[in-house]
Design a protein around this ligand. Structure first.
Ligand code: HEM
Length: 519
């Protein structure tokens, strides 16, 4: 399609068109004809026909009330009839694949002029590729699906599979062997937890918490027990399709009567008379991805204690959506098992050894959530810095108020401290075996998660105060703030509640106290 030829106008020419039926404005070096649009304008007619706006350069007023993306929507883009002579358009929002230059909008390792002991050139190249991929493929889908509540589009799963992103999201390990990662940027044996941190943090930038979990959060926690404890036959049968984004799996542990209290689970698995099958009865609640999962990694009470069993969707398995405060895109569900028969070969690990299977996964899950929480806080810093500098109140930019600067100071300090601690822990993970991680990092990761999610809630509360009414409005300037404030508590509950984790950290420390130390 041929692009419309745009004329150049002087501001004097624009000023001639200041009547309701002949209404132009200039915004950021572009001239818009609003004569017909004014009656459809969601903000009303009078604001456009105001003598300070009609025929004037309305850039400052416009950016005090709209996100830049409004001007990029096709239906509004076509209102542009020309450019302002001698003026360049300078405003931009997101540029696909680019780093933000807003201070603190990127972690130091991605900020110009700063250094990092952890990230190598391979991580930088990888980050560039993942950001471009997320901006082009994931971000647009996230905005639509978070809104309509449908699960992430299959085309996104497919494209992620082409890059082997599903496999990489499980961390380093033998499941990466022979795979071409992100078009070959990193070799499977070089892939480490810093690469994985990059993936999680880049996806978090979509600012769509429910969609983020819908993007196979269930697989990140449900598949490792199969990879680490499932029989070779079971793995060969189900893992390839899951890593190809064709089939979906979730982790089904919590129940209406037992959340963090794993030993209190009531779903039962009893052996059939011939010992060849488990018969499972019970229910599970708040299970991420349950509504569209094909496989369920289920914690069951058996005669010998707790046993982890892989259940396939089939007769006796039912799922229904649970309405939570984030998007149904996450597929959060209630599952019922009614005399579900499962081959004994689907047992994960030892019979009665389920607690070990479940616990061995917790560190990684919590660390992933720390990656995401750290990045989300930083994105809120960016929203607040932009808003406070472009918004005028009492005749001055919002940022000229000391109380606003003080809130932003706290946000930056929290985002920076969480990221620094996270990078330190990630470095420990890259140098420790899985067993060492379990011994040495359960406490620190629990502390970090509980600290990070408390910081996140403080930041969410302050951000709403900075945005005012817009911070509780689901569209417009504060839409990411409203979303963040509404969904931030998920991080503080999923994978272990905040206080339970803080207490775990202290208990781990007490266990490591030397017996002979005294004041
Ligand atoms: C090309 C020009 C414009 C377009 C396409 C446009 C479009 C919109 C849209 C889509 C909204 C709904 C809220 C949102 O999605 O952000 C809105 C709200 C609004 N607009 Fe405009 N607008 C334009 C120019 C202006 C100008 C020049 C003013 C006056 C200074 C103005 C004042 C407002 C106000 C007061 C609201 C309500 C804001 C709120 O609810 O917070 N608009 N506009």
């Amino acid at each position: 399609m041929a692009t419309k030829q745009l004329k150049e106008f002087t501001l004097d020419e624009v000023a001639q068109h200041n009547k309701p039926d002949d209404l132009w404005v200039a915004i950021d070096g572009k001239v818009y004809d609003l004569s017909r649009f004014k009656d459809l304008h969601p903000g009303g007619v009078s604001v456009l026909t105001d003598e300070e706006v009609a025929g004037k350069d309305a850039t400052t007023s416009f950016y005090g009330l709209h996100r830049h993306e409004v001007l990029q929507r096709p239906q509004y883009k076509r209102l542009q009839i020309g450019t302002v002579k001698g003026q360049e358009s300078v405003m931009f929002d997101r540029i696909v694949g680019e780093l933000s230059t807003v201070p603190y909008a990127e972690p130091t390792w991605l900020s110009a002029g700063y250094y990092s002991p952890y990230f190598k050139e391979t991580h930088r190249e990888f980050q560039r590729a993942v950001r471009r991929f997320v901006d082009e493929v994931v971000y647009p889908d996230a905005q639509v699906r978070e809104e309509d509540g449908k699960r992430p589009s299959q085309s996104v799963f497919d494209k992620m599979a082409e890059m082997n992103l599903h496999a990489m999201r499980l961390g380093p390990g033998k499941h990466l062997k022979g795979r071409v990662l992100m078009g070959g940027i990193v070799k499977p044996e070089e892939f480490d937890y810093f690469h994985e941190l990059v993936i999680t943090q880049e996806i978090t930038r979509c600012g769509a918490r429910g969609y983020g979990d819908g993007l196979l959060g269930g697989k990140v926690i449900g598949l490792p027990p199969v990879l680490n404890f499932g029989s070779p036959e079971l793995q060969a049968r189900i893992v390839p399709d899951i890593l190809a984004g064709k089939k979906f799996i979730c982790l089904a542990i919590s129940e209406a009567a037992a959340g963090s209290d794993v030993m209190g689970l009531q779903t039962t698995a009893t052996l059939s008379e011939d010992g060849k099958e488990w018969i499972i009865n019970g229910s599970k609640k708040w299970i991420t991805n349950a509504t569209f999962a094909d496989y369920f990694t289920v914690g069951c009470k058996t005669e010998d204690g707790l046993t982890a069993i892989l259940v396939e969707r089939g007769p006796g398995v039912e799922t229904r959506h649970i309405k939570t405060s984030y998007s149904p895109a996450a597929g959060t569900g209630y599952i019922t098992f009614d005399n579900v028969r499962v081959p004994f070969g689907n047992t994960l690990g030892e019979v009665g050894g389920g607690i070990f299977v479940i616990l061995s996964n917790f560190n990684h899950e919590r660390w992933v959530m720390c990656c995401s929480s750290a990045r989300a806080q930083r994105d809120i810093v960016q929203e607040c810095l932009k808003w406070a500098t472009q918004r005028t109140v009492f005749g001055k930019p919002l940022i000229s108020q000391q109380v606003i600067r003080s809130k932003i100071a706290g946000m930056i300090q929290r985002a920076e401290s969480v990221q620094s601690w996270l990078e330190n822990i990630t470095y420990q993970m890259t140098n420790m075996s899985y067993k060492q991680q379990a011994q040495k990092l359960a406490g620190p990761i629990a502390f970090l998660k509980s600290y990070s999610t408390r910081c996140a809630q403080d930041t969410a509360r302050d951000a709403v105060q900075i945005f005012g009414g817009r911070g509780v409005t689901q569209a417009g300037m504060g839409k990411f703030i409203e979303h963040y404030h509404r969904t931030v508590t998920f991080d503080s509950l999923l994978g272990g509640a905040e206080d339970v984790l803080a207490d775990l950290g202290v208990r781990q420390a007490i266990r490591a106290m030397p017996k002979n130390t005294r004041l």
